[in-house]
Design a protein around this ligand. Structure first.
Ligand SMILES: Cc1cc2nc3c(=O)[nH]c(=O)nc-3n(C[C@H](O)[C@H](O)[C@H](O)COP(=O)(O)OP(=O)(O)OC[C@H]3O[C@@H](n4cnc5c(N)ncnc54)[C@H](O)[C@@H]3O)c2cc1C
Length: 510
């Protein structure tokens, strides 16, 4: 059963801010509205703690919208012997399949066995996939959720990845992992679920100063400031963690993706996974994504220096991605095929040896001398466990009266699967994005038939979805609609075409 659908919007934000001004005293303040912060707010509120989350821009404004959108089983960590983190990933993947079945799906990965992949390499990859199966079994995720890995014939390889080179193709190696409909949509669903559990969730409110028991807030829309007292303050600002707590040192690493039309990959039905020449356990992969696109990733580059709002891919990263994927394609892709590009910074803790490519992906809970807690590192897949550990630390540190963590069995807003999902009278693409709330979009279509129109030619988003984002998902700007509630903004031409519909939806709220 999914929880009641909470409505987050500008009017509620106003009311909530006013109420906080009247009683500026809570159990927990969470700073940062990425996947980690909204996960922490949900965990704290679900334990019965009075909780406020502040995000200075919009939900998923930072790294959480630039990910590969995979819910990993942790195979990559197993390859480097980190069994604990691999197991944790696999367990959390299974939990997310249970709590947000509308947002996560099983994604086949296929490594085409072209002549460049020799027998020894293939055997190594096969062994890795078998280890992934063992991880899944150990995490108690059934093979009906994620099937067992296997070797597949050339015809099946080409069915999954039609543009792969046929000459010399010996077949493929196939494994399965989890894929999110979209990472920003997970963040929005978590924020709404947290609000439903009682948290006050505020965007466009910046923490300008914080310690273990107080936060200075600034409403970035009005400039007004407010001081809030808290039993515990949790810094979940990702790559910006060091700005909120000067004792934190991060070593961000940039990951880049390119965006293509699905047609450039002939209607890809899997994650086309290609070993990187000269390295073991490193892959480039192309996978189907929202709005009829394919994303191709991923790089891992040291990114020291100031943290930009929007990190930019470099030319050499683009060359690397194209060169690697082209090793298995019949017709090489060129820069002319690229429709968009994006890059994100991994919030990685600095390690003793200062390495980057294999820097620790584990998360950490750190307590500053002034009592401020920071939760950092980790990844999207393990957000729930990070939140549990952070709230456990807050409860223990401040002696809060709180119940046990409840999130392992707490469905997110919209959660629906099986026969209940089949009973929803709405297009599958809407159920994937909104779960049970797809009914509300369909309802909008019937009350206002013009809201069924696409927001731009060829885009699979209707005007009703923009309306819903404004009334229920706290979208307050055109950018919120184009860049985070949907991912239309990743292709510049689409973005420009959809701006008028987005402006109309925003104007209607005023
Ligand atoms: C390229 C790439 C691919 C990835 N792929 C995957 C993947 O496929 N699967 C996976 O599991 N993980 C993946 N990850 C990792 C994952 O995306 C991150 O670990 C995760 O998104 C980090 O979330 P966060 O909430 O900690 O940080 P963020 O999402 O960056 O959130 C921090 C938030 O804090 C806000 N903020 C900052 N300062 C303040 C302030 N003073 N006051 C209020 N708010 C503030 C920011 O605006 C921001 O919204 C990937 C990462 C990258 C870079």
């Amino acid at each position: 059963m999914s929880p009641v659908s909470p409505t987050l919007n500008a009017a509620r934000r106003e009311r909530d801010l006013r109420a906080l001004g009247d009683t500026p005293d809570v159990d927990v303040v969470v700073i940062g509205g990425g996947v980690t912060g909204v996960g922490v707010a949900l965990d704290a509120a679900a334990r019965g703690l009075s909780t406020v989350l502040v995000e200075r821009a919009d939900f998923a404004f930072g790294t959480s919208r630039w990910s590969s959108k995979l819910v990993h089983g942790g195979l990559r960590y197993l390859a480097s012997g980190r069994v604990g983190i691999a197991h944790e990933s696999a367990v959390e993947r299974g939990i997310l399949f249970g709590n947000a079945p509308h947002l996560v799906r099983a994604l086949p990965q296929v490594v085409p066995l072209v002549p460049e992949v020799n027998g020894a390499q293939a055997a190594l990859i096969r062994a890795g996939f078998a280890a992934g199966d063992a991880l899944r079994v150990a995490a108690r995720t059934s093979s009906s959720t994620l099937p067992r890995s296997r070797r597949i014939a050339p015809a099946e390889t080409l069915r999954l990845a039609p543009t792969v080179r046929r000459a010399g193709l010996r077949g493929g190696l196939q494994a399965w992992d989890g894929q999110l409909v979209d990472d920003a949509r997970l963040v929005v669903a978590l924020a709404r679920t947290a609000a439903g559990a009682g948290a006050t969730v505020l965007t466009r409110v910046e923490a300008v100063a914080a310690d273990g028991n107080s936060v200075q807030l600034r409403d970035t829309m009005t400039g007004e400031t407010l001081s809030v007292a808290a039993r515990a303050v949790i810094n979940a600002t990702g790559v910006w963690a060091g700005e909120v707590d000067g004792s934190i040192e991060l070593r961000p690493s940039r990951g880049t993706h390119l965006v293509f039309d699905a047609a450039a990959f002939g209607g890809l039905n899997a994650s086309l996974t290609v070993p990187v020449a000269g390295s073991i356990g490193r892959f480039v992969f192309a996978f189907p994504a929202a709005h009829g696109r394919v994303y191709l990733g991923l790089t891992d580059e040291d990114a020291p220096g100031p943290i930009p709002d929007e990190p930019m891919p470099t030319e050499s990263e683009i060359d690397f991605l194209l060169d690697t994927i082209n090793t298995v394609l019949r017709e090489p892709l060129t820069r002319a095929d690229i429709r968009g590009r994006f890059a994100g910074l991994r919030p990685l803790l600095k390690t003793a040896d200062d390495s980057t490519a294999d820097i620790s992906r584990e998360h950490a809970i750190l307590r500053s001398p002034n009592g401020l807690l920071t939760v950092v590192g980790g990844k999207l897949t393990t957000y729930r466990r990070m939140a549990e550990d952070a709230v456990d630390a807050a409860v223990a540190g401040a002696g809060l009266a709180a119940g046990p963590c409840r999130t392992a069995a707490l469905p997110l807003v919209g959660a629906v699967a099986g026969a209940d999902r089949d009973a929803i009278d709405a297009p599958a693409v809407l159920i994937d994005r909104y779960g049970t709330d797809a009914r509300e979009i369909v309802e909008l279509w019937s009350t206002d038939p013009s809201s069924r129109e696409a927001v731009a030619p060829g885009i699979d988003v209707t005007a009703a979805e923009f309306t819903f984002a404004v009334t229920n998902e706290l979208a307050t700007t055109v950018d919120d609609l184009l860049d985070r509630r949907t991912r239309i903004g990743l292709v510049r031409e689409d973005r420009e075409a959809a701006v008028p519909a987005a402006e109309k939806a925003i104007a209607r709220q005023d």
